[in-house]
Design a protein. Structure first.
Length: 76
């Protein structure tokens, strides 16, 4: 099993776990929605030709910083 497959399987496990959790329905829906969005992003990043684990982490960290900057700009 490739690293991409392992990562995506972990996403699936987390989504299924959230669906089965004893949480209020709105919490389940929120967590499942976030999990599916994360999985979509990871499919893209992990699917890049020749990408290493460190490069994937750097891409995701840069994305996180961009989101923070935009969010903080919206709050001001």
């Amino acid at each position: 099993m490739s690293l991409k497959e392992i990562i995506l399987e972990k996403c699936n496990e987390r989504i299924e776990s959230a669906k089965e959790a004893e949480w209020p329905q709105w919490v389940k829906e929120h967590v499942v929605k976030k999990g599916k969005a994360s999985k979509e992003i990871l499919e893209i990043v992990c699917g890049m030709q020749g990408i290493t684990v460190n490069t994937a982490i750097q891409i995701l960290n840069e994305s996180k910083e961009i989101i923070k900057e935009v969010a903080m700009g919206q709050e001001i």
